[in-house]
Design a protein around this ligand. Sequence first.
Ligand code: DC
Length: 226
Amino acid sequence: MKKIIITIDGWSSCGKSTLAKQLAKELHYVYVDSGAMYRAITLYFLRNNVDWKNEIAVIGALNNIELHFAKNDTTGQTEIYMNDENVEYLIRDLIIAEKVSEVAAIKLVREFAVTQQRKMGEKKGIVMDGRDIGTVVFPNAELKIFMTADNAVRVERRFKELFLKNPNITIEEVKNNLEMRDYIDSNREVSPLRQADDAMVLDNSNLTMEEQLQKALLWVRNVECI
Ligand code: DC
């Protein structure tokens, strides 16, 4: 079977990364979580008090950031490293989620991330999830998936995930954060979140994980046979 590029875009907490990991495992593809790159950059900016409204400060900071993904041999999952530090868990914090959309809207930050994302796809056999993967990063990808789910379902999913780390978190906080990020992500000037014209839409509000995987695999098999 020929190797292809699969892009998965959509709203926050729609289950993009779950599907991307499922597909990567099934197809023996590389999985890249592009959002983790924006989160890691945000972590760097916050830690180093980078004034991201100042272009010179942003350029200087980006010059000091090296990002790469490596597999955790225990879990089998790919994790992100920033300047050789494993930041996979730190970047999932709500503190990062509150600022990441602002940072991800900066043109210089996007250029920095997109250049690296395109390199990762050079050999194909990749599943990448994010917001602009099918529209900007890989506009010629063989399979583009746009994921969506009911708002209440999305809030509940993200709440459960964050609650495990922080039992003080409230549903309201999670709901507000998702709404804010979706608004900024889809209204920003550079590469806003939007459905690619040739994307397959997957609404997983009422699908089990197995059902969503089977649906996507059918699309993959169709494309692979062309
Ligand atoms: O997928 P995520 O929630 O980890 O993404 C974190 C933020 O990064 C999200 O609010 C939007 C931004 N993002 C983006 O602008 N472009 C991408 N390709 C991936 C994420």
